[in-house]
Design a protein around this ligand. Structure first.
Ligand code: 5GP
Length: 207
C-alpha cells in the first residue's frame, strides 16, 4: 500500500474525555498546514441521543458487521463492552494514500492488531485524572445504564496497566496542557516518553 499519512492510535477508558480532547486538537491543527482527520468507525452499538449516523459512527447491525468481517472489510475490529467496533480498511488506506494523517480512537485490542501491520503509527494512551472522575463523567452522560457504567469501569481498571505498551502516555488532568501534548505528538515534537511521574500516577490510580 502506498503510504504518506500516519496513524495516531488513541486509547482511553470511556469517560476520560478523549472525544473533547481530540475535537479541540483537530480544530487547533486546522490552522496549521498539517492535514489530520478522525477516522469514523463502524459499530453495532445503538446511537446515543447526541450522536449522528456517519458523523460519530456508522451504526450497523450485528449481521451486517459479521458479513463485513467475512469480506475482510475491517483493518481491525474488536468486541468492546458487549458491542462490536471496527475500522474500515478502505477508509484508512485512501486517507493515508492521499497524505492525510488519521486519528483512530480505538481500544487496546484494536491497537494490538494495527501494530501487527506494517503501517506507520504512533500509539497514545490517555489516562483519566482518577477513577472517580471516570464514574462521574459516565453518570453525567446520562445515556449509560448502571450495568453499562459498571462494565465500562471494570474494563477501564483492567486495561490501565496496558498503557505501558503504548508509545506515549498522557494524563488528562489539565485539558489545555494535555491537548498541547497531543498536538506535539502529532507534529512529531513530543519529548516526554514514559517516565517516573507517570508510573507514580499509575500506581496511585490502581491502588
Ligand atoms: P463508545 O461506545 O464509548 O463510543 O466506545 C467504546 C470503546 O470502543 C472505546 O474504548 C473506543 O475507543 C472503542 N472503539 C471505538 N471505535 C473502535 C474501533 O473502530 N475499533 C476498536 N477496536 N475499538 C473502537
Amino acid at each position: 500500500m502506498k503510504n504518506h499519512g500516519k496513524l495516531f492510535l488513541i486509547s482511553a477508558a470511556s469517560g476520560t474525555g478523549k472525544s473533547s480532547l481530540i475535537n479541540t486538537v483537530l480544530s487547533r491543527l486546522e490552522k496549521d498546514s498539517l492535514s489530520v482527520e478522525l477516522s469514523i468507525s463502524h459499530t453495532t452499538r445503538l446511537p446515543r441521543k447526541d450522536e449522528h449516523e456517519s458523523k460519530d459512527y456508522f451504526f450497523i447491525n450485528r449481521d451486517s458487521f459479521t458479513v463485513k468481517i467475512k469480506n475482510n472489510f475491517f483493518l481491525e475490529y474488536a468486541k468492546v463492552h458487549d458491542h462490536y467496533y471496527g475500522t474500515s480498511r478502505s477508509f484508512v488506506e485512501e486517507k493515508l494514500a492521499s497524505g492525510i494523517n488519521l486519528i483512530l480512537e480505538i481500544d487496546v485490542q484494536g491497537v494490538d492488531q494495527i501494530k501487527q501491520l506494517s503501517l506507520p503509527s504512533q500509539s497514545i494512551f490517555l489516562l483519566p485524572p482518577s477513577l472517580e472522575s471516570l464514574e462521574d463523567r459516565l453518570s453525567l452522560r446520562g445515556s449509560n445504564s448502571a450495568d453499562s457504567i459498571k462494565l465500562r469501569l471494570q474494563n477501564a481498571f483492567s486495561e490501565l496497566p496496558k498503557c505501558s505498551t503504548y508509545d506515549h502516555i498522557l494524563i488528562n488532568d489539565d485539558f489545555y496542557s494535555c491537548s498541547q501534548e497531543l498536538i506535539d505528538i502529532i507534529k512529531g515534537e513530543h519529548k516526554s516518553p514514559y517516565n517516573s511521574k507517570i508510573q507514580e500516577f499509575l500506581d496511585k490510580l490502581l491502588s
